[in-house]
Design a protein around this ligand. Structure first.
Ligand SMILES: [Fe+2]
Length: 262
């Protein structure tokens, strides 16, 4: 079973985002997926679907995503508007009322997509209602395998400019997950950096953005000197087999496509 994972497209119906063209880059990702991975069961997008959470942007985004030959599983990021997202993009019938949080089953593997948006804040939280939902879902799985996907990483990543805006109650989430060894992997967006490791014993990966990348932590940078790194965007192909999971990062276009002129 194969899943596609995209993150942080920061789509806009018009204009550029930090000098990058979100329409060119998302279209390139969609074309790549349609050409090479049309057999995937779904495409997860871990938040920051749009740069500005307007209905116009979500409708234009849907117009591009409709070119994918598989269902889309959207999540909220800090740039998203929960109500506008829900109004435009269909969610699985398991979705919590009023949230973008749900379970999607692929054979024996369940994907648990979490809603960590705090309106108006860059950081995220899994609210008490969302945490309760997750515990109930994990308990109901009764040991069957699951992966957890979300926007805000619940762990420190050694990224001084980005770690302060991760999941505010990450320790509580990781403690809950640690009690469920059937959680095979945790996937997060938000940092626009490819990181992997373990947190509380749980393997995790964070994704590059479909649009622009944050610089690596060394050499030092701060927000006054911030410029996106001149790195090509990427998406991830996740494959589930009896032997385990693999996550392959795939570059889908050259850096120059939709990037600022050097
Ligand atoms: Fe983002």
């Amino acid at each position: 079973m194969k899943l596609i994972w995209m993150s942080d497209p920061h789509f806009e119906a018009e204009g550029l985002v930090l000098g990058h063209d979100p329409r060119l880059r998302l279209q390139a990702a969609v074309d790549f997926i349609a050409k090479h991975h049309s057999d995937a069961a779904a495409c997860l997008i871990t938040g920051d679907l749009v740069e500005t959470g307007t209905m116009q942007n979500y409708k234009a985004l849907k117009g591009v995503l409709d070119g994918l030959p598989m269902r889309v599983l959207p999540m909220t990021g800090n740039h998203d508007d929960r109500a506008a997202l829900r109004a435009v993009l269909p969610l699985p019938e398991t979705a919590m009322p009023g949230f973008v949080q749900y379970r999607c089953d692929f054979g024996d593997l369940s994907v648990l997509c979490l809603d960590t948006l705090i309106p108006g804040a860059a950081a995220g939280v899994l609210c008490a209602e969302g945490m309760g939902w997750l515990k109930a879902e994990l308990d109901a799985l009764n040991g069957r395998p699951a992966i957890v996907a979300m926007h805000h990483p619940p762990m420190m990543l050694g990224l001084p400019m980005l770690d302060p805006d991760n999941l505010r109650n990450g320790d509580a989430l990781l403690a809950l997950l640690a009690g469920h060894p059937n959680v095979l992997h945790l996937m997060a967006g938000h940092v626009h950096r490819p990181c992997s490791g373990t947190a509380g014993g749980i393997p995790f990966t964070t994704a590059k953005s479909v649009l622009y990348q944050a610089p690596p932590p060394c050499p030092d940078w701060d927000w006054s000197s911030f410029r996106p790194a001149a790195e090509a965007p990427a998406l991830t192909v996740l494959e589930d087999s009896p032997g385990g999971l693999t996550l392959q990062q795939c570059q889908f276009c050259d850096y120059g496509l939709g990037a600022p002129a050097a």
